[in-house]
Design a protein around this ligand. Sequence first.
Ligand SMILES: [Ca+2]
Ligand SMILES: [Ca+2]
Length: 457
Amino acid sequence: MTATTVTFTSTVDGGANSLAVAGIASFGGAVTNMTTLSVSGTSTISANITTTSTQAYTGAVTLGASTTLTTTNSAVTFSSTVNGTTAGMQSLTIAQGSGAVTFSSTVGATVALNSLSVNGSGAITLNGNVTTYTLSATTYTAYTVAANAVGNQAYGGSLGMDFDVISTITISQLGVFDSGSNGLSSPINVRIYNRNTQAVVASLAFAAGQSGTLINGSRFMALATPLTLSAGFQGVIEADGYNASELNGNTISQVTNTGGGAISFVGSSRYGSAGQYPGSLDASVAQYLAGTFQYVVGTSVSTGTGGTQSYSGPVTLAAATTLTTTDSAVTFGSTVDGAQALTVSTGSGAITFTGVVGGTTALGALTLNSTGVTTFSAAVTAASVTTNAGGSTAINGATITTTGAQTYNDAVTLGAGTTLTTTDSAVRAASRSTTCSTTRRPQSISPLTPTRWVPKR
Ligand SMILES: [Ca+2]
Ligand SMILES: [Ca+2]
């Protein structure tokens, strides 16, 4: 097939044929039963693509959705960049069996992917930086009542407050005011209504007793399914069940949080009969101490999920490479080679080298920035090794050999008798918490600089 632009809006059954697009391709539906696939121009991939033979993307690739590319022991080649469409939202998984995977340029440099997983056993070539990202799913509380606040009204009907959604939010928990922060003496129901249809879109029932988790002056429980509300949604947060023994609040101040402008508190309060939409506006009260909710901006309530980079097969660095995540792990399942600098920055995520590093071709400067655990499970050969402060470095592979310095700015644990070798360069460990039992002390450091395995001064 030859065309300047080919757009598949639905699934494609290749009929056991190959497809060569000489131009721009857009895959909106799953591609199956195809032999080889090649695209000379740019590709937008929004569904899984499965081929029995190779996949070659010559132009830039944009992921419109999380995507799995599968081949039968055949190569997957990206000759240009790979990016997502919304930072941190699209994942790329490659299941290529024993086939090679080649990234000839950056991955996620313009729009970070959520995660990258190359799952096959075949060789992986990196020729640029790889950036993955998870949304910082900060949880906001719509209405926060001060701890120990005591109510001042015994209203048994429904108490509602209006809010508008400005940009998409996802509600994870609903909450109810607990007068005195001493537990609920009566059952309290909380609901979110669509203000236009008056339909209930989420609800929870708090039993009398110590139901839910007390946060400040309210008790919260998680929704079984988080509720995503799109921009434009106009809602009411409503609660009822209050009485003389479990008071609600009226004209008592509380703190609102717009989530950086994702929601707007419209300023209207309303009331009605218990269990029914609060249809009567209360002109005198902006907010009751009654219902509240916790939410994140966007569609994902998960914190720290995804965001990882996983390279199962042997990796070759064809250029200086920086791998970056936000607090998510980077895992090398096999060897890493290439006379190139490698920097891995993972925030609090772990960095794990499972196979030999630099065993065939020594790496350049190896810089590992993690406040989690950095693990070497096999021998390492590089120009230098530097770990950052925070977290720890586990040297379980017995040897680390560098021409330049080795500087461990975090606590080091030795899982085996260990030899650290440099060429006339220093070996330094920064932390006094470095774990060196007498049997697992480095057996030799060459040259003897420092002469002892001591904390760096
Ligand atoms: Ca109470
Ligand atoms: Ca560290």
